[in-house]
Design a protein around this ligand. Structure first.
Ligand code: ZN
Length: 245
């Protein structure tokens, strides 16, 4: 519920309404969020022209928020002065595809086709083995994006970000302001690098910088000293998450 994380929400939803949105939206957040957003709308006479459903997240343990056909979203606790969560958006793997000749080559049954689609090998009597690695095309590796802002260094984020394609981690301070980072329960750029390294992520993006830093190169250098593949979050910039090898 800290200001820099919720103040924009009533206005963002109001803008969507003004732009003609009619589709319902689901909001996940702390218990106080619904009252906060609705009281701003009420005080400002704002009408929202689509259904808004608020869902409370239990920030004490990891939880599944949403599971769709091709992706899921999970929340996990971070470490801050108030209840705060990080989020993981993860692609769900598609099925294996049979190579064109496979079905006829083995005269596959319906059951066998389903086994191969799940990536399972078929072992027939007489020693015939149909290995999906040879006779199918594997699904693309799933990509994932993890967001963790307003958090001190914590193994909980390492667990939440394990093997992510891209981790956004706050780096409010540099090591030179370590004592303020500890007091305010924020991270240094070096902390963010350590989380990325220990979680074995592909790429790290740092953000949520204190406005005391006029240039951001120092923060970037500090994170890169721990985890090389780091970039700075920059408003309006798009970073694409490519399929990994
Ligand atoms: Zn914040």
């Amino acid at each position: 519920m800290h200001a820099d994380h919720v103040m924009g929400l009533p206005g963002l939803l109001a803008s969507m309404s003004l732009l003609g949105r009619k589709t319902a939206i689901e909001i996940f957040g702390p218990e106080e969020l619904e009252h906060f957003v609705k009281s701003i709308w009420h005080k400002t006479g704002t009408h929202i022209g689509f259904p808004v459903q608020f869902n409370v997240i239990d920030s004490t343990k990891p939880s599944l928020l949403l599971e769709m056909k091709s992706y899921k979203i999970e929340a996990f606790p971070t470490k801050h002065r108030i209840a705060t969560c990080g989020f993981k958006i993860e692609e769900l793997l598609g099925s294996w595809h049979l190579k064109p000749e496979t079905k006829e080559l083995f005269n596959l049954s319906y059951h066998e086709i389903n086994m191969l689609k799940k990536g399972e090998s078929i072992h027939r009597k007489g020693g015939v083995v149909v290995d999906p690695n040879t006779f199918c095309i594997a699904p693309l590796k799933s990509r994932s994006y993890v967001f963790a802002a307003d958090t001190a260094f914590t193994p909980k984020v390492i667990d939440g970000a394990l093997n992510a394609s891209l981790l956004y981690h706050e780096a409010t301070f540099m090591e030179s302001e370590k004592s303020i980072a500890i007091k305010t329960m924020h991270s240094t750029a070096s902390d963010a690098g350590r989380v990325a390294r220990e979680a074995n992520v592909e790429k790290l993006m740092i953000g949520h910088f204190s406005n005391r830093y006029k240039g951001l190169d120092g923060l970037l250098d500090e994170a890169r000293a721990v985890f090389e593949n780091t970039c700075l979050a920059s408003e309006g910039e798009t970073v694409s998450i490519d399929y990994l090898d």
